[in-house]
Design a protein around this ligand. Structure first.
Ligand SMILES: Cc1ncc(COP(=O)(O)O)c(C=O)c1O
Length: 434
């Protein structure tokens, strides 16, 4: 065993890991472009972008340069009573690329905290407007919004957090109309879901502060796609019933579904949007919760009681803000969305073969994401077949990490054609091993 692994085993508690049975962690010492390099120098293609973060690839020279220059200039300053150029520039840049008047940027550290802030904003927004009765939320079956208490409550429909039910706030979960390639029954499922949602709004809408949705694609519960019209209708129904609409674009933001933000294709401006993961292109932990002007205005008064009493020590860290600004610039310079479109075309070209495969169910492609279920396999986060596959892929130089029975690719946008060809070949070969 390597020295690092030995120390790791003695001291580290890894996330989402059962240490009594988990195999050894892979020691990664370097990364470049679409590849990770382990201690022995073996290359592993990072086909899930290190938990969906490093959109432009690992160690992108422009991001490394920006980070080191910013570190030499200003590494951190508390963000109450102080501001700094990277935060100002990033908030301006985000307001420019987000639709409508999503202009007010609140910084935090990760996807869960972005959601936690959204939840508190929605709750307090109604209070500040004189409606103290809106204390509940609506979310979707299969939704995942992070693992702090509020985010867990919203994601209770993902079944990740059943153990913690007693700690959760009141959330009504409504059906999610999921679709895939060759699905002919989606219109009927959408109609049913909309009807159930309308009934739930009738029953509980008057007590609800907000609806939260991962637009177009639920991530952690298995890359479950939905159609833009469905998301738009659900969103409008919630707004008409007086709820705020929160889009959790922690996973879908920054090009994943083909446009910079999924809400562009939905053609709906949410009241609040949560962004993280690819915000800093995988370089540093940071998140933002961006609100529309009228949400922000509801917090203004001559009393601190109506202000948002929330903040983190590393709020708007200058290093993370500078890197996030640079990452946005790279969308232009590196033609990132064209790269997503190209990956999307190549993914789509795999669909026919996947449809015909006897071990594959419900193949689907959107933006740079390719996903399918292992036919005949059920189960939650760690499923036997998925785990076997994960091991085989890793041994064969591919970081493909099924979520339960869902196998997916979500590569960095810099992945080359040759690397993608290798990924597809490995993907299918792996299926023969189970
Ligand atoms: C849609 C969505 N929201 C929130 C989160 C939580 O983000 P984090 O793990 O950074 O707390 C995730 C994480 O996968 C996510 O996919």
């Amino acid at each position: 065993m390597s020295g690092i692994l030995d120390i790791d085993k003695r001291h580290i508690w890894h996330p989402f890991t059962q240490h009594a049975s988990e195999r050894d962690q892979v020691v990664v010492t370097r990364a470049k472009g679409a590849s990770l390099l382990d201690e022995q120098g073996n290359e592993i293609l990072d086909l899930i972008s290190s938990w969906w973060t490093c959109i432009h690839g690992h160690a992108h020279p422009a991001l490394v340069k920006t980070l080191s220059e910013q570190a030499a200039r200003l590494e951190h300053v508390m963000f109450a009573g102080f501001t700094h150029p990277p935060a100002a520039q990033l908030s301006q840049a985000l307001a420019a690329v987000l639709p409508g008047d999503l202009n007010r940027v609140f910084f935090s550290d990760n996807g869960s905290t972005a959601v936690e802030v959204a939840l508190k904003l929605a709750f307090q927004y109604h209070r500040n407007k004189g409606d103290a009765g809106r204390t509940e939320f609506f979310a979707f079956e299969g939704g995942y919004h992070g693992d702090t208490l509020g985010a867990m409550s919203l994601g209770r429909g993902s079944n990740f957090f059943t153990l913690f039910q007693e700690l959760m706030c009141t959330v009504h979960t409504v059906p999610y109309a999921e679709t895939w390639e060759g699905d002919n029954a989606i219109a009927a499922r959408e109609e049913d879901a909309l009807k159930t949602f309308a009934d739930a709004l009738d029953a509980h809408g008057g007590k609800a502060a907000a609806l939260i949705i991962e637009p177009l694609m639920q991530g952690a519960s298995g890359f479950r796609f939905s159609r833009p019209e469905f998301v738009r209708q659900i969103s409008q129904m919630a707004r008409d019933a007086g709820l705020l609409v929160i889009y959790d674009e922690v996973a879908t933001g920054f090009g994943r579904t083909g446009t910079l933000f999924a809400c562009e294709r939905v053609d709906f401006v949410p009241d609040i949007i949560c962004l993280s993961k690819a915000l800093t292109a995988g370089m540093l932990p940071m998140a933002v919760t961006v609100a529309r002007e009228d949400v922000y205005e509801a917090f203004l008064s001559d009393s601190f009681d109506t202000a948002l009493a929330h903040g983190h020590t590393f709020t708007a860290n200058p290093l993370a803000c500078a890197v996030a600004c640079k990452s946005l610039e790279l969308f232009e310079q590196d033609k990132a969305l064209e790269k997503v479109a190209h990956i999307g075309e190549r993914n789509a070209a795999q669909l026919a073969r996947l449809m015909a495969h006897d071990k594959v169910k419900h193949p689907r492609a959107m933006g740079c994401v390719l996903a399918f279920e292992l036919a005949g396999t059920q189960g939650s986060y760690k499923t036997g077949a998925g785990e076997l596959l994960r091991d085989w892929y890793l041994k064969n130089g591919l970081n493909i990490r099924p979520i339960g029975p869902t196998v997916y690719l979500l590569p960095p946008y810099c992945i080359t054609d040759a690397e993608l060809t290798r990924a597809y070949a490995g993907l299918f070969e792996g299926l023969e091993q189970i």
